[in-house]
Design a protein around this ligand. Structure first.
Ligand SMILES: NC(=O)c1ccc[n+]([C@@H]2O[C@H](COP(=O)([O-])OP(=O)(O)OC[C@H]3O[C@@H](n4cnc5c(N)ncnc54)[C@H](OP(=O)(O)O)[C@@H]3O)[C@@H](O)[C@H]2O)c1
Length: 358
């Protein structure tokens, strides 16, 4: 029998939220991952079918994904998991979605656009908080100023992190920051630029971060210059700049392994109560070469709650045949207003001043 939706990495912190939400939304996902005990226990609890397989052997992965109409990958870091699952999906003719926010891994997916079109397969990475709201805001701003050549996004309130997010950040520590300049992804130092941004309650300090929109924003809007910022306390700006010299150290495999073991042991992710109270604010602005600019703000519920909702809704629409084959961003697949379909999300167009201080 054909599995409608296969959720891979379903028992991780975010995968579990996604799997539960899929069941609540009336889907019958097959749960999957490489740890038999954890998948079986979760499948029993949610009343779902399950499959146990690692991503080590391409023929095994293909055998499992060919029975599904779509795979939703929640197993990150995606630098390790996206490629084997996408390769199997392309061979099997299965649509692929994930919650990837890693710039390099997103660029690797974008490179498979032609292969996906030829295989009649849709590839939808970044269907979580990173990058659904920011990508939709970028699409909305570009729609208001189609001549825009510069996109700036900023995020306030990223809050408490899950173990997987911390591990992705640990991998990221080995790499510098990134922006897009003249259409190309350019590496820049961590916390390269600082900016004062008004998210609606007074200006806050934000620094450049290597967020997924540096990749996806270009494919959604065609805008060749993209910077993404996040708010941090002033002391953290100093700390981030000091750790630039430590970047090569973080790249060493033993250091990475040790840091990830610590993350697994001490990070449990935000509790349901913390998620319920958490709010995230996003600000975006596009400018054209004549100096015209437009800005807008978005308010969203907790990042993990929103991820569970957007990923499942993206999967539901993909299963319903609403998505074109090839590589898709959230806004290219579902339009810039997609994010407004979720409870607690509000958007407003604004006029405001910001200052770049370095
Ligand atoms: N886009 C977004 O907004 C968004 C939101 C939330 C999370 N994320 C990302 O999603 C990822 C997962 O986060 P999380 O909080 O759920 O992490 P987590 O609790 O550590 O769970 C990670 C899951 O991925 C699996 N996994 C990791 N590497 C694997 C590999 N090489 N092969 C097979 N399975 C593998 C793990 O299985 P094992 O236990 O067997 O290793 C586990 O099921 C992270 O990369 C995080 O940054 C993105």
């Amino acid at each position: 029998m054909e599995d409608e939706l296969l959720i891979y990495g379903s028992y991780g912190y975010t995968g579990a939220l996604v799997a539960r939400n899929a069941v609540n939304e009336g889907l019958s996902p097959t749960l999957a991952g490489r740890d038999a005990e954890r998948v079986e226990e979760q499948a029993m609890e949610l009343g779902c079918d399950h499959r146990v397989f690692s991503l080590a052997h391409p023929e095994v992965v293909e055998k499992h994904v060919e029975d599904a109409s779509a795979v939703l990958n929640c197993a990150g870091p995606f630098s390790n998991t996206a490629d084997p699952l996408i390769s199997a999906c392309l061979r099997a003719g299965t649509d692929y979605l994930d919650i990837n926010g890693e710039i390099d891994a997103l660029e690797t997916v974008a490179e498979r656009d032609r292969d996906a079109e030829q295989a009649d397969v849709s590839l939808l990475p970044s269907m979580g908080f990173d990058t659904v709201p920011t990508d939709c805001l970028a699409g909305h701003l570009e729609r208001r100023l189609p001549s825009a050549t510069r996109l700036v996004l900023a995020i306030d309130g990223l809050g408490t992190f899950s173990p997987g997010t911390v591990k992705s950040i640990i991998e990221g520590l080995a790499r510098p920051g990134a922006v897009r300049a003249d259409g190309e992804i350019r590496t820049v130092p961590a916390a390269w630029k600082t900016r004062r941004v008004d998210f609606g309650r007074g200006a806050k300090t934000a620094v450049t971060i290597p967020w997924g929109d540096v990749s996806t924003g270009y494919y959604t809007t065609g805008i060749p210059n993209i910077e993404v910022y996040a708010t941090v306390p002033e002391y953290a700006v100093t700390a981030m700049r000091r750790t630039r010299v430590l970047s090569p150290l973080f790249g060493a495999k033993p250091v990475q392994r040790a840091a990830k073991r610590v993350a697994d042991a001490v990070v449990s992710g935000p509790t349901a109560e913390q998620r319920a109270q958490s709010v995230t604010r996003i600000w975006g602005r596009v400018e054209n070469d004549d100096g015209r600019h437009v800005s807008a703000r978005l308010r969203t519920p907790d990042t993990y709650e929103l991820t569970a909702q957007t990923a499942v809704e993206a999967a539901r629409r993909t299963l319903a045949g609403e998505v074109e084959p090839g590589f898709q961003t959230p806004a290219s697949a579902f339009g810039p207003d997609f994010v407004l379909d979720f409870e607690g999300v509000e958007r407003e167009d604004v006029e405001e001043k910001t200052t770049v201080t370095s």
